[in-house]
Ligand binder design. Sequence first.
Ligand SMILES: Nc1ncnc2c1ncn2[C@@H]1O[C@H](COP(=O)(O)OP(=O)(O)OP(=O)(O)O)[C@@H](O)[C@H]1O
Ligand SMILES: [Mg+2]
Length: 254
Amino acid sequence: MLKLTKVSKIYEGKVAYRALTDINLEIDKGEFVAIMGPSGSGKTTLLNIISTIDAPTTGEVEMEGKNPHKLKKNDLAKFRRNELGFIFQDFNLLHTLTVEENIVLPLTLDGARVKEMKEKANKLANSLGISGIMNKRTYEISGGQAQRVAIARAMIHEPKLLLADEPTGNLDSKASKDVMEMLVTINQQEKTSLLMVTHDPQAASYSDRVVFIRDGKLHSEIHRGDSRQAFFQKIIDMLSLMGGDGNDFSSIRV
Ligand SMILES: Nc1ncnc2c1ncn2[C@@H]1O[C@H](COP(=O)(O)OP(=O)(O)OP(=O)(O)O)[C@@H](O)[C@H]1O
Ligand SMILES: [Mg+2]
């Protein structure tokens, strides 16, 4: 459903910086792919190009056979809202709104009916275990709850592709585990394709496949197989093989 062909990115500036070189990557419908690599290796840049927040310098992005970077401004905004869901490390919730208002925000932008919005929000909240906090403000809830609210908001449009940048970066290991299990459930039940950037090998071990990038290039990839525990160990081994600055993986929880 997603295909990147020889995608490169050069940030122009006083000194031009080559952040990505010739990235080829394909993601199937319903696949869950994690992207790992040292700090500064180009992970967020890659996600921004896929989400059309940023354009590649050269190369092609195709989603379901179409290149979103060629859409006109209005169509692009619609494409982003309808086809993609985003989850960020810092949740990106609006603090003046309640949990429920945050969740239905994307539908509000589309002018959906209130009844329909509430129904959808309640269904999601039930499956994510946040029904009890719908009327709270976002500063009255925990980090793990906030991340689940962010997931609900990303899912309310039933996106084909869910993009997540460090979704467990601000969570403790229990909350991380909960969030990862929810993402896997969504991935399996809704057949939503999932692309997640993470530093956390534990989180990555929930995916079907981990793609490692280093210095803006594809380094290697490993597939999950039957055992998540064995996959976790393979991920750890690959990270140490890739080496780099010890600080790069300071967020590893074993
Ligand atoms: N807007 C920008 N202008 C210039 N250089 C940039 C810009 N954004 C990122 N870079 C550079 O591109 C490289 C890749 O950055 P990117 O944010 O993609 O890394 P990352 O893999 O997400 O790192 P982290 O794990 O720390 O989030 C870095 O060297 C960064 O300094
Ligand atoms: Mg990043």
